[in-house]
Design a protein around this ligand. Structure first.
Ligand code: ZN
Length: 678
């Protein structure tokens, strides 16, 4: 349920920042209200919704002019600032209402021309609707309850019953000039209305002071929520609840099948794999247990606003062949495109026909996208969508917009522009698991992949170091703390990456540690301990990763941090060099056995990198023993330059990008002839 979050004291303090300037004050008042609206996911989601305020400002010659400040496109209401609400001269916008029609391109150009600051953010696509209404403060949301209400079979009659004429009803138009004009006509027919409901779209509420305009938005939404709750007749559930399904049994296969469709669609065998954001909670479980689930899956999305991010229908995955289900979805989408594009020749080319949302009874609801962020947006919208669907279907019937008009929205140039430019980073959609991920080399490698669009899953022994590393990486990455030599650790880590991102593409098996001692007196337990970490953990992670890569069927990379010790033994480093030599052989063995499945196996021989393994004390001690200063010791290679963690990271990235290279060991040691491979 939405609630009124207005706080008079917060508001007064916030607006006081503007000082004596009335225009600045009104703008700050609306910024305060906008943030309240933006922070409630049942009012707006992901850049949806917009707000405006009309003020008077002097022009360059000192003459007063009316100015409309409206939310800038791409800005999020929850974090909006005055700079995110560009000002436009109101008079030329109002004058447009006299026109019978206005092309999108003409509208965009007129809005640009009216901007006070030509370098400011571009104003919302719904600016003209704000301009055509007379009120000082105008708020627009896409509330779940309003979406549900608009999808009822007798929506207009129900709105009349609920509001008794206090709220006007506007038929569906794409946002832009036609919608602005239609809304203004409805308003003019009864200027006493305190709000407008835009069928299959959302809600406007307005007033001449900021608090009242906000309160009307909340109250009108709450009234609809209460009506829907009163009229709710819960849907029948299936006789048998869906059997629980494990993420690992479904998501990698789903990911691989979608990756195959994307590769075929783009003609690029290395097209991005999708990230899958899985959601589950009691509400989702209840929805997935509905007897009418398959019917709802075909009925279409609750609001056309979301169609570019979710597509019209979800993929319903319930048992059976996952790849066949994805192929059948893509075939249906292709048919939908071809049928509708035949009627609208300007539609351009077909988008990727793979699903953006999956409903998986027994597991949850999945958002699918080319990045963790895109997948999270699809998942958030899918969650809101099932709430609106259930509210409407149980409150009288769910009747969303027809396919032809959804298509028009999906392939409308101004909507496509919201998805932004199509240049994608090299590792977009790839999931990378890094062991020893919080250490110097591990974190540098994680950062290098993340900077190129990958989603990273870090594994590290230290919980504290892991938390710090994840904070540094920022949103969209994850990890788990564990002792990777423990029984079942590799399985747990890989399962963690699969449930967070849907699968795995690149393993950077990096964790290691050196124990020293001469071989002739080597303690057996110590040697075995070193083998556990420096060899057997690599094997376990390679095996667990290979199982996921095989389930996806789209190839992948196994990358290992070997060591120069594998080819060039150092005195006292036997306990380290022996398992590393075995790991170097492992690189080749895996390359031989997995190559036919497109799975590549490569390694790095690095040397003398400042890290947990080679710390400052150790460097001081070694350089002193050789009678040289620390800098000379660290640069003791053919290039006479210190090798740093980021150099190793770049080498891992280069190997993952070398699509025709396998069974290769790359040295990153500044040049060391004794350790060079023959
Ligand atoms: Zn809207």
């Amino acid at each position: 349920m939405v609630e009124n979050r207005w706080n008079a004291q917060d508001f007064a303090e916030f607006a006081a920042e503007a000082g004596e300037d009335p225009a600045g004050r009104a703008l700050l008042e609306q910024v305060y209200a906008s943030r309240l609206i933006g922070s409630d996911p049942d009012l707006v989601l992901h850049g949806g919704g917009n707000t405006s305020v009309k003020v008077e400002r002097a022009d360059l010659f000192g003459a007063p002019q009316e100015v409309l400040h409206v939310k800038g496109s791409g800005h999020d209401l929850a974090r909006i600032t005055p700079a995110g609400m560009p000002g436009l001269r109101l008079a030329p916008l109002r004058a447009l209402r006299k026109l019978e029609r206005l092309e999108d391109a003409q509208m965009v150009s007129t809005l640009r021309g009216a901007m006070l600051d030509a370098s400011g953010p571009y104003p919302s696509i719904e600016t003209l609707l704000h301009a055509f209404l007379p009120h000082k403060f105008v708020n627009h949301s896409h509330a779940t309850a309003m979406i549900a209400l608009a999808d009822l079979p007798e929506a207009e009659a129900v709105i009349g019953e609920i509001f008794g004429g206090r709220v006007g009803v506007v038929p569906f138009f794409k946002p832009g000039f036609a919608l602005g004009r239609a809304a203004a006509d409805v308003f003019d027919a009864d200027p006493e209305v305190e709000g407008l409901i835009l069928l299959n779209h959302g809600h406007f509420a307005f007033a001449d002071d900021a608090e009242r305009a906000y309160r009307r938005l909340i109250e009108q939404t709450g009234t609809v929520e209460a009506w829907l709750a009163d009229h709710r007749r819960p849907a029948p559930r299936r006789a048998k609840a869906p059997a629980p399904v494990a993420a690992g049994d479904v998501l990698p296969a789903l990911r691989g099948a979608i990756g195959a469709v994307s590769a075929r669609h783009s003609g690029d065998e290395d097209a991005p794999m999708p990230i899958i954001d899985l959601r589950r909670n009691a509400e989702i479980d209840a929805f997935l247990a509905r007897a009418d689930l398959a019917d709802l899956a075909r009925r279409g999305i609750a609001t056309p606003d979301h169609v570019i991010r979710t597509k019209n229908c979800p993929l319903l995955l319930e048992g059976g062949d996952i790849a066949a289900a994805v192929e059948s979805y893509a075939a249906d989408y292709t048919r939908y495109f071809e049928e509708n594009a035949a009627r609208a020749p300007d539609s351009g080319t077909m988008l990727n026909p793979a699903p953006n949302v999956a409903w998986i009874p027994g597991l949850g609801i999945a958002g699918i996208g080319e990045s963790a962020r895109a997948a999270a947006i699809a998942a958030d919208l899918a969650e809101q969508n099932i709430r609106a669907m259930a509210m409407a279907e149980d409150g009288g019937g769910y009747r969303p917009l027809d396919e032809a008009r959804l298509f028009e929205m999906e392939y409308w140039a101004l909507e496509q522009a919201k998805l932004g430019a199509r240049s994608r980073p090299e590792f977009a959609g790839r999931v990378v698991l890094v062991t020893g991920g919080a250490g110097a080399i591990g974190l540098a490698t994680a950062e290098a992949f993340a900077a190129r669009g990958a989603s990273v899953y870090l594994v590290d022994l230290s919980e504290e170091a892991l938390a710090r590393a994840l904070e540094r990486l920022g949103a969209g990455h994850d990890g788990a703390a564990m002792d990777i030599t423990a029984e079942g650790a590799a399985e747990r880590a890989v399962a963690g990456a699969v449930s967070r991102f849907g699968g795995l593409d690149i393993l950077v098996s990096n964790a290691g540690a050196a124990w020293t001692g001469e071989m002739a007196e080597m303690d057996d337990a110590l040697l075995r301990k070193s083998f556990e970490l420096n060899f057997f953990a690599h094997v376990a992670f390679a095996q667990a990763t290979a199982r996921v890569l095989r389930a996806q069927g789209r190839g992948g990379d196994l990358l290992f941090n070997v060591s120069k010790q594998a080819v060039n033994p150092g005195r006292g480093f036997g306990a380290y060099g022996l398992p590393k030599a075995a790991t170097m052989f492992l690189v080749k063995q895996l390359a031989l056995e997995l190559g036919a499945e497109g799975i590549r196996s490569n390694g790095i021989n690095a040397d003398r990198i400042r890290s947990g393994l080679l710390d400052d004390d150790f460097i001081a001690q070694r350089s002193k023993a050789r009678g040289i200063d620390e800098a000379t010791y660290m640069a003791g290679n053919l290039l006479r330059r210190e090798v740093e963690a980021h150099h190793v990271a770049e080498a891992f990235v280069a190997l993952a990008g070398a699509r025709r290279t396998t069974a290769h060991i790359m040295t990153v040691d500044g040049g060391n002839i004794e350790a060079s491979l023959r």
